[in-house]
Design a protein around this ligand. Structure first.
Ligand code: G4P
Length: 194
């Protein structure tokens, strides 16, 4: 079991509806020593890639991506969520539907901060149905930049996002993949990873 799986077992709370609460250390209160370890682990997993930018999406991705960007010594850009947009040619835009919140947002990145020659590592806290991740991928593709990989902290392996993005040919590294959770007895089953 890796450091993140151990922490999830210690402090994660399984809620009904296949929701895992990790707000005591990951996406509300943040354990900064853990963030540093997450940053180092993504650096290790993508060590062979010449990453020039880290891309994430607001809100919860930002803190994590900052630590990853520090390890690679590159800038971090976060996509912003917005309900309405004026497409004035200065923005890359993707539409992202949240399965959990049942709403749609436009996700935008300024063309100033993503260029054709970039090698991008996409980072996010959760991968469930993959809508956010696919939106970020489409933004990188619009910029004609290269998606070198996707680094996810917690993947819900029983939802289809991870499979869909891997089938598209993008490398996805998830620090913990949850194959099952049970709110009645609090058990969490992780997928075996090398
Ligand atoms: P998807 O992008 O993979 O399709 O995710 P989905 O629509 O299913 O999830 C919507 C939001 O809920 C995302 O955050 C996602 O990170 C988060 N989420 C999904 N499953 C869980 C879970 O089991 N536990 C927790 N804590 N979060 C989960 P968001 O609302 O878009 O972003 P943010 O503003 O919270 O960062």
């Amino acid at each position: 079991m890796n450091f993140l799986e151990e922490r999830i077992l210690k402090d994660g709370i399984v809620k009904p509806g296949n929701v895992l609460k990790v707000d005591s250390f990951l996406n509300h209160q943040m354990d900064i020593a853990l963030m540093e370890e997450i940053g180092r682990e993504f650096k290790r997993r993508f060590a062979d890639k010449n990453i020039t930018k880290v891309l994430t999406i607001e809100a919860s991705g930002i803190g994590i991506a900052a630590f990853v960007a520090k390890e690679f010594n590159v800038p971090m850009v976060f996509a912003k969520k917005t309900k309405s947009i004026n497409i004035d040619g200065e923005l890359y835009v993707a539409e992202v539907e949240s399965f959990t919140h049942k709403n749609k947002n436009h996700v935008i990145v300024s063309k100033k901060f993503l260029h054709e020659d970039e090698h991008v590592l996409i980072i996010d806290d959760f991968l469930a149905n993959g809508c956010a991740l696919q939106g970020l991928i489409s933004i990188v593709e619009s910029a004609k930049a290269v998606v070198e990989g996707c680094g996810i902290v917690i993947e819900k392996g029983f939802q289809y996002g991870g499979r869909a993005v891997r089938n598209m040919g993008y490398p996805v590294e998830s620090l913990a993949i949850i194959d099952a959770m049970d709110a009645d007895n609090g058990t969490i089953t992780f997928r075996e990873q090398n």
